[in-house]
Design a protein around this ligand. Structure first.
Ligand code: FMN
Length: 186
């Protein structure tokens, strides 16, 4: 049994990203895993101030003392972290970026507290052509981060959503999500 943390960067609770996140939750809960979803838009996360206070003695918290200090223990307690976001302007959403930047506070002496964890990614975009959607820029960025964490990258599920809720009809995308759930299991 793994502890899975899904970081949902979409502000739309009934949107495409949230639908996929909920589907994945059901798939992995059915396999006996524990799942927590953080809908990042609900949290007042300050931008990283780049002060490197967190590098002095590595306290695993931030000098800003906002909600992130209450979220770090959940992050540290997770075996699998899943980044989920709509594509906004050719990358992932600002809600997710604020959270990701603040992971700087989880550095430890000579590395990062998330080193070696499992990671996966879900992206949805409006463009019917993935090449022009910007999703590959977002994937590149997330994959760099996962490599930095020396993580076990379980892969990316991505597909077209649009402004309406369309992913429930996208059987190919749902199949890819099921395959991701299988990889979490292995
Ligand atoms: C501010 C904003 C920027 C967007 N930028 C892009 C983009 O660069 N590429 C793209 O394909 N779709 C873009 N979209 C469309 C969304 O990615 C698409 O509607 C997606 O399905 C929204 O996901 P959600 O339903 O989870 O909110 C953008 C939407 C918004 C609101």
């Amino acid at each position: 049994m793994s502890k899975i943390l899904i970081l949902n960067g979409s502000p739309r609770k009934k949107g495409n990203t949230s639908f996929l996140v909920e589907e994945l939750r059901k798939m992995v809960q059915d396999k006996g895993h524990e799942v927590e979803i953080l809908t990042l838009n609900d949290y007042d996360i300050n931008p990283c101030q780049g002060c490197f206070w967190c590098y002095k003695d590595y306290p695993l918290k931030c000098v800003q003392n906002d909600v992130m200090n209450t979220l770090y223990p959940t992050v540290l307690d997770s075996d699998v972290l899943i980044f989920a976001s709509p594509i906004y302007w050719f990358t992932y959403s600002a809600q997710l970026k604020l959270f990701v930047d603040r992971l700087v506070a989880l550095h430890v002496n000579g590395g990062h507290a998330l080193n070696g964890r499992k990671f996966a990614t879900i992206f949805v975009y409006g463009d019917t052509n993935s090449k022009s959607s910007g999703v590959f820029a977002a994937i590149d960025s997330i994959n760099h981060m996962i490599s930095y964490f020396r993580g076990d990258n379980l892969g990316v599920v991505h597909g077209t959503g649009g402004d309406k809720l369309t992913v429930p009809d996208n059987t190919q995308l749902l199949e890819k999500l099921r395959e991701l759930a299988e990889r979490i299991d292995s």
